[in-house]
Design a protein around this ligand. Structure first.
Ligand code: HGY
Ligand code: MN
Ligand code: MN
Length: 408
C-alpha cells in the first residue's frame, strides 16, 4: 500500500507545538534549554512515544526516535530542531521534526516495514541564540565539538549548557553520534525570499554558506555627555555604532552573497547622559565563498581596531562560531530533485543562507535538505509564514525520500 501523508495532522501538530512558548503575534520563544524548551521537548517526546518509536537521549540532549526496520542497519534519518530564537516563528526547525513524525505515522498506516530503521531527531541548541555556537547538538553528534566544551558554554547570566541540560532533565546517557545514520534529510522552510519571489514550491538545497560570529568588547571611559569635550572622549558607543555601519557598507561593496549583521549590541551604562565606557556587540558575517568570508572578517577586524584606536579605546574579540561553507552530497541532492519532479514540482537548486543541523550531519553521512517557501522571506520573526499547501508538499517529498532511502 502506498503511504499517504496526513497533512491536516501535521498542521494541527505545528499549531499545538507553537502553543508552547507562544508570544504575541503568533510566534514562539523557546530558547535552548529554557523551561519552554523543556516543555516543547516533553511534548515532542510524548508524540514520539505515541508513534511507538524507541527513544534515545544523548549526553548533549539530542533526541532520536527510531522506528525498527526489517534489518538492524544504520537508519535513514530525518529531523531538525525545536529550539527557537526569542522572536521565533512556528515553522523554523519544528516543521522538519514534526514532518518526520508524520512520515512514521504514514508508514504505520500503510503497514510498511522498511529495510532500514527510520529515525526522527531533534538536535539541541540549533539556534545559538542563548549559547554559542549554533548547531551545537548536531556539531557534538558529528564529533566537531567535545562534550566538555559544549557543557562549558555559558549564557549572558553565566548559566552553563551542562547545568541547564541537567536542570531540564535532558542530559542523557547515550554517547552523541555513537550510531551514525545511513543518510540524513532535513526538511526546512527557506527563511529567505527566493522560492517565494520565483513562485516555486520546492528547493533542492546544494550547500550552506559559511558562518562567522565574533563578539567584540570595546572599553572606553564613561563621562558626562554635556561637559566632556570631544577631544577628551573615549566613547565605546561610537566605536560600536561605526562598526555596525561598516559591516553593512562592506557587504554592499563586496556584493555577491556577502551579508553582515550586528544584531546584538549592549552599551554600558546605557544612559542618555553618559558617554558609554563599554560596548559589547556581535558581528555575524556570511558568504558562500570561504575566501571572501575570510576577507570580510579581516576587513571588519581591521576597521574595528582602527576605529577603537582613533577613539583611544581598547578592544578584544572572541569567536563565538565559525563554520566553512558545506556542500551536501550531490547524489542525495539529485534524489531530492528527482523526488520533487516525480511529484510534479519544479525544484530549484539553491544554497542555504541559514545554518542547519544538516550541515553538521554531512560530516558523518550523506546529507541534503528540502526547502519550502517562506512568505516574503521572513523568518526569526513572529510573522514567519509558509502556506499550508507548501508545508504538505514538502512533507510528501520527505515521505517519498525516506521510503526510498530506507529501502537501499
Ligand atoms: O543562524 C542561523 O543561521 C541558524 O538559525 N542557527
Ligand atoms: Mn532552523
Ligand atoms: Mn533559526
Amino acid at each position: 500500500m502506498t503511504p499517504a501523508l496526513d497533512g491536516a495532522h501535521l498542521l494541527a501538530r505545528l499549531d499545538a507545538l507553537a502553543e508552547i512558548g507562544a508570544i504575541e503575534g503568533g510566534g514562539c520563544a523557546r530558547l535552548a534549554l529554557s523551561d519552554a524548551d523543556r516543555a516543547g521537548r516533553d511534548l515532542v517526546v510524548g508524540w514520539m512515544r505515541e508513534a511507538g518509536l524507541a527513544i534515545e537521549i544523548d549526553a548533549i540532549g539530542n533526541v532520536v526516535g527510531t522506528r525498527a526496520g526489517r534489518e538492524d542497519l544504520p537508519a535513514a534519518m530525518t529531523g531538525s530542531h525545536i529550539d527557537t530564537v526569542r522572536t521565533g516563528g512556528r515553522y523554523d526547525g519544528n516543521y522538519g521534526v514534526l514532518a518526520g513524525l508524520e512520515v512514521v505515522r504514514a508508514l504505520d498506516r500503510a503497514g510498511i516495514r522498511t529495510r532500514r530503521p527510520v529515525a526522527v531527531a531533534f538536535f539541541t541548541n540549533e539556534e545559538g541564540a542563548r549559547f554559542q555556537p549554533d548547531m551545537m547538538g548536531s556539531l557534538v553528534f558529528a564529533g566537531g565539538l567535545s562534550l566538555d566544551d559544549a557543557f562549558a558554554a555559558t549564557d549572558r547570566d553565566g548559566l552553563s549548557v551542562g547545568a541547564e541540560l541537567a536542570r531540564i532533565g535532558y542530559r542523557g546517557r547515550a554517547a552523541p553520534g555513537a550510531r551514525k545514520p545511513h543518510a540524513f534529510i532535513e526538511l526546512h522552510i527557506e527563511q529567505g525570499p527566493i522560492l517565494d519571489e520565483e513562485r516555486l514550491r520546492i528547493g533542492a538545497v546544494e550547500s550552506v554558506q559559511g558562518i562567522s560570529w565574533t563578539e567584540y568588547t570595546v572599553l572606553g571611559t564613561s563621562n558626562h555627555a554635556g561637559t566632556t569635550p570631544l577631544r577628551l572622549r573615549r566613547d565605546a558607543g561610537l566605536v560600536a555604532a561605526e562598526a555596525a555601519a561598516f559591516v553593512r557598507r562592506l557587504a554592499r561593496e563586496m556584493g555577491g552573497d556577502q551579508v553582515g549583521t550586528v544584531g546584538r549590541l549592549e552599551l554600558h551604562p546605557n544612559l542618555i547622559n553618559v558617554v558609554a565606557n563599554r560596548a559589547v556587540f556581535c558581528v555575524d558575517l556570511r558568504n558562500t565563498d570561504e575566501a571572501k568570508l575570510r576577507h570580510a572578517e579581516a576587513e571588519v577586524s581591521a576597521f574595528i581596531a582602527r576605529t577603537a584606536a582613533a577613539e583611544r579605546c581598547d578592544v578584544t574579540a572572541r569567536t563565538l562560531a565559525r563554520f566553512e561553507p558545506v556542500i551536501f552530497d550531490p547524489a542525495l541532492v539529485a534524489r531530492v530533485e528527482a523526488t520533487a519532479l516525480a511529484r510534479g514540482h519544479r525544484p530549484r537548486r539553491m544554497p542555504s543562507g541559514a545554518g542547519h543541523d544538516a550541515q553538521m550531519m554531512q560530516r558523518v553521512c550523506p546529507s541534503a535538505m528540502i526547502f519550502v517557501p517562506s512568505v516574503a522571506g521572513l523568518s526569526h520573526n513572529v510573522k514567519e509564514h509558509t502556506e499550508a499547501a507548501d508545508l504538505v508538499a514538502g512533507a510528501e517529498i520527505l515521505l517519498d525520500l525516506m521510503l526510498e532511502l530506507a529501502e537501499i
